[in-house]
Every structure is written in C-alpha cells, then in structure tokens.
Design a protein around this ligand. Structure first.
Ligand code: OXD
Ligand code: MN
Length: 583
C-alpha cells in the first residue's frame, strides 16, 4: 500500500468515528491560508488587526477556560504504568480509547475535518519526521501552517521514510470535564479533544515533537528536548552553537533572539529555534541539533522593544495573536509591552478594559509567527544536518539559591544538574504560579516515558558523544532581599554566554565549589554595564543552607523513580552533599 493510501485509511477511520460533514485535505499553499483566514474573519474566529502597523495579523479570543496547557488532563498511555513513570498521568491504552472514543464519537458532525500532513524539521533532513493531524478547528489549521511545513514537503518525505505520527484532534464541546490529551507512544499515536489551545491542539508541537519524539528518540538513540538553539557569533565571525532548556514561559524566546549588549565588540546572537531541539550524534561523534518547528508560538506579555526587539520585528506582520488585548485602532496590546494601557482598550475577553481589572491580556497570551520572519534567523536554521552543539545550558526561574551561572564538572554531573533542576511554575500551564517544583531538563510536562529511563538515556548518549558539549546551569532570576532582580537579564545575558564560550574553549576563569565551576566576579565581562559589585558577588555566591535543602528535595524527587533511577545520579547526589557539608 502506498503511504498516501495508509494516510487515507487512517483518515477514513477517524471520519467514521467523528462523522464530519466534509473532509478537506490541506495543501499548505498561501492561497489556502488566505482563504482560511477569510472564513475565520467572516465567522468571528479572527479579528483583523491594523493593516498599516500589523499587516497580515489577526487576533483570536479563545474560550476563557481554554488558555493554557492542562497537565492534569494530559496522559501517557503506555501498556504499563511503570513505563509512563511517576511524573506522568497514566491510563492504559485500552481504557483511554474506550473512554475517549465516546467523546470523539460524532464530535465533528456539522463540521469540516481538515487533514494536515506536516513535516517536523527541515526539508530534506534525515532527522525530519512526518505527522498527520486531523482537526475540526480552522484556527488550529492556520497555526499549523505557521508552525510546521504543511502539505507537499510532508507527503514527499513520507514516501521516503514510510512513517508518520497520526494525531486526531477535535474541539469537542471545549468543556474541561471532557478534555483529554492522550499519547500512545508505543503506537506513535496522539488523541486530543476538548481544547483548542496551542500546546494541547497543535499536535506537532508538544505532543509529537516532545512526548512522542522523546519516546522514539529513546528507542532510536537520539534526543528530543525542550530547548532553544542559538548561535553565538564572535568578533572573528566564528559561530558556536548552544542549546538551552528552560521551562515554559521562562525566557527561551528572549534568549534565542537576544540583542547582545556586546554587539559593538562583535558578539551577537543568531536564532536557530526557540522551543524544541532534536539532537543526533554525527559521524564525527558530535551532537547536532535541528529545530523541528517552522514558527514561534511565544508568550506575548513581557515582550517589548526593550526586552525583545527582534521578536517585536518578527511579529508585526503575518502573525496570529491569541488572547491579547485590542486597542481602539486595532493594534494588539499586552502587559509589559512598554506602554500604558491606552484609552478604550478591550481586554482579552472582549470587554472594555477597566484599570481595576487584573490583566488586559491573558498572562499566557501568545503570538504565532513564521520563523523565517525573524531578522536574526541563522543562515543554518534549516540546514538538513543541523548545527553542532558545543554547550548545553539548563535554566529556570529561581528567585533564590541558584547562582547566575556555573558549569558541571562532567557530563554525568551535568545530567545530575539537569535532572535535579528546580523551577518556579509559570502561567503556561494551568495551576498555581511561582511554586518551586523539580522540572528535570525542563521536560517534566513533556517526557513521553519514565523519566528514570530518560536520565539513563542522557547518560548513555554522553557515553556515545565523542566531542561532548559542556553543561551549564544559569539563573537570570535571582532576587535581593527586597525582591528586586539582581541581574538585568535580556541583552546583558550575552556576558554569561561569553563566559560559557570561553569555558567551551578551555579558557575562562572559574573556582571549584560544591555545586560546580563558578566564575569569579572578575571573570565575567561586565565592562560598560552598571551593576553593583555587591550584587555581582551575591549573584555568584553559594547559599549553603539553600543547597542542602535543595539536596533533600532532589532526594525526594529521585526517590520516586525507585530502581529506575540510574545509580550514577545517586552517586552525584551523594558527592554534592558531601562537598556541601565539608564547606
Ligand atoms: C510552549 C510551552 O508553548 O512550553 O512552548 O508551553
Ligand atoms: Mn515550550
């Protein structure tokens, strides 16, 4: 059977279950996108933005209960619970299908089913993979057009690789009681119902490129990670590539698009990706990364010409905004955009904005924009081979304890550092914001299998990589006792990346501490920036008590995995505690 017929067969099966009135096969063309936009403008799914200042841009207001990923309704449906592991919600495949097929039954009656063949990764890359999503949401279709490569590129790749990940999506009735995001990694299948929100409904992104892909990567000897990819260009013109894992809404897009404050010295950033990296080992034993996505689905609040001018230039044309506020002259507006709320503002729910209201834009309001519009996109962002990675960075929001930057002693120590990472929660998922939880490698919500096995996989990959990237931890978010950020962040983060680059080269000064190599204040290039010496000292200081407490938290987190946690990580844990106790 040809691959096209295999896809058709699965689409037929999905249609028999969901009973759409019509089936439409997406081609991915510009005309098709324009006609979808036209229909959504007509039925009110989209509002056109100011043609002069935001050409080709639209606003979508989602259902008010459908604004973020719902981790509590996200399941990994492996045959055994143990294979999903203690950090995932689990249902058996049988139970999941019985329960949720009832919800899919007739769910597309009166609607059109759109079939979206899409490619994750550059055209012609041996590492790219095909997905096919069927959905009854045109908003999802339009976003998939921006976030992936839809149509012919996918079908051509499919004929060569004979493999696709099917994803069935329906808005259902949008009720959280009937919302399920299900993954069947053993069958490489995704089912999602009851939500139109990006991370729940654009199935190429979190569901495929992270949860299903991490499972495949474990089986096949590569890695699928929640990482941005950037190139750091230095005065000679040489570019060093780094991949950095941060939890959702913790600054990956800002770091990936940073305008360096050391540009006058010749240090600048090139963007390869802002959310997901697929990493393979090449013939020379080097780790290489591709960005499987073709667009950015970024958090709007906090994005401004000051914090991320490159994003502002990326998203002022051909962009879909979701749940931002609307000015009277039809421009998007959000908190942290750098201006006061204008008179006559409409909030994300479509109501006149009142000063007393909490927020005009939803804290997890988003923009969806094509990556090729990014003015500093790397010339290698679609390189089929990917880019060679010299440094891996773990980062998260921590208002205390964790220094600005430090380096792991070894790959194994780096894996421990990532596996034990604590992070304050954000608005990208439903639930409390600002609570510290362990978020290993920023993959807690995205690992499609037992994280104990995932840590083992990281260790094994390290053993196979001949030219190992160096591993670092960063924290831009440490605060002083008055609650003020100690580090200015954004463009000044280049100074930290410069130190990382020096370390990668075998230079850069650093002292040995219980937690890793920490730079001395003098070894960070702070020339021309205003930072008090005491602030810098505090940023690089080791809070012994805080770390000892963290060690207890890590022990508890590791304990959940029982004998699936690699002994090497317990060894690193013991060593760190001993080093801390000795100081
Ligand atoms: C995202 C997320 O949308 O991590 O990238 O929530
Ligand atoms: Mn993300």
């Amino acid at each position: 059977m040809s691959m096209k017929s295999e896809v058709e067969q699965w689409v037929d099966e999905s249609a028999r279950l969901t009973k759409p009135d019509r089936i439409y096969w997406c081609t991915g063309s510009a005309e098709e996108y324009a006609s979808f936009i036209g229909s959504m403008l007509k039925d009110g799914t989209l509002i056109a933005l100011n043609e002069k200042t935001y050409p080709g841009c639209y606003l979508h207001r989602s259902h008010p209960n459908d604004v973020a990923r719902t981790e509590n309704l996200t399941f990994i449906c492996t045959k055994t619970k143990d294979d999903a592991g203690p950090t995932n919600n689990w249902m058996s495949p049988k139970e999941a299908k019985e329960k949720v097929s009832k919800l899919f039954n007739d769910s597309m009656k009166g609607r059109t089913m759109y079939v979206i063949p899409y490619l994750m990764g550059p055209v012609g890359s041996p590492f790219s993979k095909v997905g096919v999503e069927v959905t009854d949401s045109l908003y999802v279709v339009a976003n998939m057009h921006l976030m992936t490569r839809v149509g012919e590129a996918a079908m051509e790749h499919l004929e060569k690789t004979h493999e696709f990940v099917p994803g069935l999506h329906s808005l259902g009735d949008l009720s959280p009681e009937r919302r399920f995001i299900l993954h069947f990694p053993e069958e490489k299948l995704i089912w999602s119902i009851g939500s139109g929100y990006g991370g729940n409904a654009l199935l190429g992104k979190k569901c495929f490129a992270l949860r299903i892909a991490s499972f495949m990567a474990h089986q096949q000897g590569w890695m699928a990670e929640h990482m941005l990819i950037l190139g750091l260009q230095e005065p000679t013109g040489h570019v060093t590539y780094m991949a950095a894992a941060f939890p959702s809404a913790s600054g990956k897009t800002n770091l990936a698009m940073m305008v360096s404050t050391l540009e006058h010295e010749g240090y600048k950033i090139l963007t390869v990706g802002d959310d997901i990296a697929w990493l393979h080992i090449d013939e020379e034993g080097r780790l290489r990364a591709i960005n499987p996505e073709a667009g950015f689905f970024g958090v709007a609040p906090g994005t401004s010409v000051k914090t991320n001018p490159i994003a502002m230039r990326t998203i002022n044309h051909n962009t879909i905004f979701t749940n931002v506020a609307l000015t009277p002259d039809h421009q998007p507006w959000w908190e942290g955009m750098g201006s006061f709320p204008p008179q006559g503002l409409t909030d994300w729910l479509g109501r006149p904005y009142a000063e007393s209201a909490e927020k005009a834009a939803h804290p997890n309001s988003r923009f969806t924009a094509p990556a090729k519009q990014c003015p500093i996109i790397s010339p290698h962002w679609e390189d089929p081979k990917g880019v060679p990675i010299s440094a891996i960075i773990f980062g998260s929001r921590r208002s205390a304890v964790v220094p600005l930057v430090f380096q792991a002693y070894s790959w194994q120590h780096g894996v421990f550092m990532g596996a034990g990472m604590g992070a304050e929660t954000t608005a990208a998922a439903t639930g409390a914001v600002g609570v510290v939880r362990r978020d290993p490698m920023a993959m807690l919500p995205f690992c499609g299998y037992n994280m104990g096995d995932y840590f083992r996989h990281w260790l094994e990959m390290g053993g196979r990589i001949r030219k190992q990237p160096k591993i670092f931890r960063v924290n831009w978010f440490r605060k002083d006792k008055d609650g003020k950020f100690l580090w200015p962040g954004y463009g000044e983060n280049i100074r930290v990346l410069k130190w990382i680059l020096e370390r990668v080269r075998g230079g850069g000064e650093a002292g040995e501490t219980p937690i890793g190599f920490v730079p001395s204040p003098a070894s960070l290039d702070t020339g021309g920036m205003s930072i008090a010496p005491e602030a810098l000292k505090e940023l690089l200081s080791i809070d012994k008590e805080g770390w000892l407490k963290g060690t207890d938290n890590i022990e508890e987190a590791f304990g959940q995995f029982g004998d699936r946690l690699p002994g090497e990580l317990w060894e690193e844990h013991k060593n760190m505690r001993q080093r801390l106790e000795k100081t």
